[in-house]
Design a protein around this ligand. Structure first.
Ligand SMILES: N[C@@H](CCC(=O)N[C@@H](CS)C(=O)NCC(=O)O)C(=O)O
Length: 213
């Protein structure tokens, strides 16, 4: 498999974690978002959505990270990303989709660039926007984790939720959002960051990370 990815992209990070949790072999093909490579003709032919990740597997290209995670889980069912109990599976999806749909979308780079370049907002206003949407979902998420009585992971082993949470927290940290008062989330983050699948997937450990040059 070949994963077209950018080291700091949270959606690429999600898929790298899932591939590693499943112990699958793959090659990283770096796509330089800073040089807008994702909007070039060659990449758009591969993925018309013009964003990473794109996964080449089984002779075709898969786009959209949440759909890729589901496909991976069905195509390679060993070490499932979902728990066996239907109610637990619901919670796993509920929390993963809260992050993917309510957080990633309004905080994605093209949205922030549009606020600045097209609508003329200042960096302070954009930072306020960023923190507003982050808090709107992370605060109830933390309350949900507290009510569920989570340990190191949402359930026994990291799965779909952790694939989505850890990249979003990496992004929140980059933008200076303080979530240190959210003990359930920070405990899960600490456990994941020590897990080999997450270590291998970390942006600092990617071939296109500036630190790796
Ligand atoms: N909904 C898509 C979003 C993909 C996406 O927005 N990727 C970002 C990186 S996290 C990207 O390629 N941004 C560059 C751009 O949109 O120009 C997914 O989940 O795969």
């Amino acid at each position: 498999m070949r994963l077209h990815a950018y080291y700091r992209s949270s959606t690429s990070y999600r898929v790298r974690i899932a591939l590693n949790l499943k112990g699958l072999d793959y090659e990283i093909v770096p796509v330089n978002l800073l040089e807008a490579e994702q909007r070039g003709e060659a990449f758009r032919t591969l993925n018309p959505f013009a964003g990473v990740p794109a996964l080449e597997a089984d002779g075709r290209v898969y786009a959209q990270s949440m759909a890729i995670l589901e496909w991976l889980d069905e195509r390679h069912p060993d070490r499932s990303l979902l728990p066996s109990d239907i109610e637990d599976r619901f919670v796993m999806r509920e929390l993963a989709l809260a992050i993917a749909t309510e957080l990633h979308a309004p905080l994605n780079l093209p949205v922030l660039q549009y606020l600045k370049r097209d609508l003329g907002h200042s960096q302070d206003e954009i930072d306020t926007w960023y923190r507003h949407w982050l808090a709107k979902t992370l605060v109830p998420l933390e309350a949900r984790l507290a009510a569920l009585g989570t340990g190191d992971f949402l359930f026994d082993a990291p799965g779909l939720f952790e694939c989505v949470l850890i990249p979003q927290l990496y992004n929140a940290r980059r933008f200076g959002f303080d979530y240190s008062a959210m003990p359930h989330m920070t405990r899960i983050e600490a456990a994941c960051l020590k897990h080999p699948a997450f270590v291998k997937a970390h942006p600092d450990n990617q071939p296109d990370s500036p630190g790796k040059a």
